[in-house]
Design a protein around this ligand. Sequence first.
Ligand code: ZN
Length: 163
Amino acid sequence: MVPHEIKISFDEFSSVAELNPGDRLICIEAIKALAGSHSPYSKFKVGAALKLQSGRIVYGSNQENVAYPSGLCAERVALFNWGANYSDDPIESIAITAHTDDFKISQPVTPCGSCLQVLAEYEKKQEQKIKIILFIGDGPVWIVNGSESFLPFLFFEERLAQS
Ligand SMILES: [Zn+2]
């Protein structure tokens, strides 16, 4: 038996106000994206905004359905929109936030494994990492450069044959 240990790192800022202007802007866009959330079942809104190299912003929000598995996370709504419409314009960053009236969210909400896998796919496609900015209201901001920090064992077919 050989024990292994994997460490991840990310930057924490005390609030959105502490970010550089570009990162602050994309956070504001993610807050705008919350308005498109269709979440009558969880009452938990998630907003995502992609900042593309051209400056274009692509929005996504969580879309729920009475047939639960038919819904989709905010991150993938935004990412698939990009993949279908703007994939020649690389994604520089994604900002993700959440809101519910039911309780106070005290720390950033992290993307689910499926959304991280999609992020990783598009990082590979565009040959460029995506800065991931996670924040909640006036609370802390977590920033990580690239999906692999959050998903070190992400699935890539090339890895299957590595020795
Ligand atoms: Zn997700």
